[in-house]
Design a protein around this ligand. Structure first.
Ligand SMILES: [Zn+2]
Ligand SMILES: [Zn+2]
Length: 113
């Protein structure tokens, strides 16, 4: 089996085949149903993924297929993990917006002076 992937500076194996919503997919001719490339490679090189479990990209690079960048966790745990992550990003964005409006207020002050 030949995997098409490029190794980047972070050690990520960037999938060079079909990408669907950020995730690499296997070729339909070889894998009917077109499974996720990172799952196929993990199962081939490491071990079968347990029922009800999913692979989380520790490197946050969803097109990466390096099995050593994956964490096998339950679907529920994975959902929560991403919810928390989204929360964190939302909070950071809010913080940034606050900072921007503060800077704009300061700039407006400066113009008025
Ligand atoms: Zn990676
Ligand atoms: Zn994940």
């Amino acid at each position: 089996m030949i995997y098409k992937a490029k190794i980047d500076a972070n050690g990520c194996w960037i999938w060079q085949g079909h990408i669907d919503r950020g995730y690499g997919r296997m070729r339909k001719s070889e894998y009917p149903g077109r499974p996720f490339a990172h799952r196929v490679i993990y199962e081939t090189l490491i071990k079968p993924i347990q029922e009800g479990f999913t692979l989380h990209h520790l490197c946050k690079n969803t097109s990466c297929v390096n099995p050593f960048h994956m964490q096998e966790i339950s679907r529920e745990e994975h959902r929560l993990l991403h919810l928390r992550e989204r929360c964190r990003i939302a909070k950071a964005l809010k913080q940034e917006k606050k900072q921007v409006s503060k800077n704009m207020a300061i700039a407006a002050e400066a113009v008025r002076l």
